[in-house]
Design a protein around this ligand. Structure first.
Ligand SMILES: [Mg+2]
Length: 355
């Protein structure tokens, strides 16, 4: 679907971001891509199964003037994006010279490609703030939430992250038996300093009864302890939106949707069904950043931005969006460096040359 059709279909009338407006005249650049692999220090255990290596694709555009733009395709197929193979097939069939027309007509079934190509385009046109997301930049950097692994390991992990400056933590739940997790939760909330914020992420792994128990527990703890439980993320599965809408009306603790809103068409669908709670947006797989920009500007949704374990290239583009589109002062979920076996390469050129 092209941008105009999309606008007609969803009634988007907010202005497009600058780089998309600039492309109306036409844009061409030389295009290359290289696949990458990055191992996790320990395989990630989520409600969806075990994940041991992040695989993706780096895109490099060079325009007539020699200006370079970087993009990254970092799919998570079990989360609703295309597979890596589908993304590679798409890249392989493209000509060496890429145009804005090709980029803005990437189909919605390739959301991670839409994000990667548009980011590279924005980079060539100078519309990505290079300092965003760099470790040592200060004023434009949003504060980040640190990811805690499921189970008891979280009880130690938060301390290291706290020393590194993290004040918001996200803990994975819905992995072990609920009684065991509630016991760990009790210890965790009792030991976190008063200024900490805690997010719980169930990845759709709770039953309705378990979700109620977690929400009740969170509501009660909020009255007793100074720490803030910011939200419970995706308690139920994607097809249980009606139940999550119901739960969101009964408890003080907020609910955030994540798996339910993986891509822009899903965000629009949940919005149309009345969801006015929090939306967790993973820019890396959400789809077209310019259309997301339009939607967020128009509907003023409460969005939290989150990582897909991308490299510095995808993260810079994602944080750029987060800075523009966050309305409440919420931490962004990009505190995941500690999940990788090797330290991050922070220069796009070096990253590219190593592939
Ligand atoms: Mg999540």
């Amino acid at each position: 679907m092209n941008a105009d059709k999309f606008v007609t279909q969803h009634g988007l009338n907010a202005p497009l971001p600058l780089y998309a407006q600039q492309c109306q005249q036409g844009f061409t650049a030389l295009f290359e891509f290289r696949p990458y692999q990055r191992r996790f220090a320990k395989p990630l255990m989520t409600n969806h199964g075990i994940w041991d290596t992040r695989e993706g694709i780096i895109l490099r555009f060079v325009d007539e003037a020699g200006k370079i733009g970087w993009g990254e395709i970092a799919p998570i197929s079990w989360f609703g994006s295309e597979t890596l193979e589908q993304a590679l097939d798409f890249c392989r069939q493209l000509p060496n010279e890429i145009t804005s027309e090709i980029i803005f007509t990437i189909p919605d079934c390739l959301p991670a490609c839409q994000f990667g190509f548009e980011s590279a385009l924005a980079g060539v046109l100078g519309c990505v703030n290079e300092s965003v997301g760099r470790r040592n930049s200060s004023s434009t950097r949003p504060y980040r939430s640190g990811l805690l692994a499921a189970g008891e390991v979280a009880l130690q992990q938060w301390k290291t992250l706290w020393e590194q400056g993290y004040r918001t933590f996200k803990w994975k739940i819905g992995v072990d038996a609920i009684a065991k997790e509630l016991a760990i939760f009790d210890t965790l909330t009792g030991s976190l300093p008063p200024s900490a914020k805690l997010r719980l992420d169930a990845n759709g792994g709770l039953s309705y009864v378990e979700a109620k128990l977690w929400l009740e527990t969170c509501d009660n703890i909020q009255g007793e302890l100074p720490i803030e439980i910011e939200f419970l993320e995706q308690p139920l599965t994607v097809d249980e939106l009606a139940k999550m809408l119901e739960l969101s009306r009964f408890y003080k603790t907020a609910i955030a949707l994540d798996e339910s809103v993986a891509t822009l068409p899903q965000i629009i669908n949940c919005y149309q069904h009345g969801w006015r709670g929090i939306f967790v947006i993973k820019p890396g797989i959400v789809g077209s950043p310019s259309k997301l920009h339009q939607f967020c500007q128009q509907h003023q949704i409460d969005a939290v931005f989150s990582s897909v374990f991308e490299t510095v290239i995808g993260r810079q583009a994602a944080l750029h969006l987060a800075v523009k589109l966050s309305r409440k002062n919420r931490a962004v979920g990009f505190g995941v460096d500690h999940f990788f076996a090797q330290a991050e390469v922070t220069s796009p050129e070096t990253l590219w040359n190593n592939l």
